[in-house]
Design a protein around this ligand. Structure first.
Ligand code: HEC
Length: 157
């Protein structure tokens, strides 16, 4: 038994020294969202900035917020598929392929709803936090701006 003691202690030490919860904390990005049209506290069903706000401003603000809040898991500047978490540029891939404008709009609305739900609730699977919930941490203005930024990265590819 004693000869197992040292390896067991070493392994336990390694496990304990990894801050298991560090990744699970959602930290609000320090980004001024006041230049975006304000949306109030209840979340909208679809991205209001896609056809409304000056898109370039929303994309620039979204980029800042993304790099502060999301990049550590989803990859810097939303421009890699080698990050630990899914490449968010793939999210609207299906909708982009649709030519029919009406169908495309439906697809996009579904996509927006899924994006907002994922961001608000996080991804907690069998009790394990893969992504922390962002509800009450990330303003919805910033969340929608982040989505536009991610979509703009696809277009630039
Ligand atoms: C601590 C790491 C981490 C951070 C930080 C993080 N995510 Fe995630 N996110 C994940 C992981 C891991 C998944 C995949 C979870 C799964 O389905 O197993 C995910 C999934 C998602 C999904 C669903 C993707 C899909 O293909 O289904 C969206 C949308 C998303 N994240 C958006 C964001 C946004 C926006 C931010 C920044 C505000 C963010 N995430 C920050 C880890 C993170």
């Amino acid at each position: 038994m004693r000869r197992y003691l040292l390896p067991v202690l070493v392994i336990a030490g390694i496990l304990l020294s990894v801050p298991a919860t560090a990744n699970e904390i959602a930290i609000a990005p320090q980004v001024d969202a006041s230049r975006l049209p304000q949306l109030g506290t209840s979340w909208l069903a679809a991205n209001p900035y896609r056809h409304q706000a000056p898109a370039s401003e929303a994309v620039a603000i979204g980029r800042d917020a993304y790099n502060q809040a999301c990049a550590r898991c989803h990859g810097a500047d939303a421009s890699t598929n080698a990050a630990p978490a899914p490449d968010l540029r793939n999210l609207d891939r299906g909708c982009r392929r649709i030519a029919d404008a009406e169908l495309k709009a439906w697809c996009q609305r579904d996509n927006d709803a899924y994006f907002a739900k994922s961001v608000r609730n996080g991804k907690i699977i069998l009790g394990v936090t893969h992504m922390p919930p962002w509800e009450n941490v990330l303003k919805q203005e910033l969340a929608w701006a982040i989505q536009l930024f991610v979509e703009s990265r696809v277009a630039a590819k």
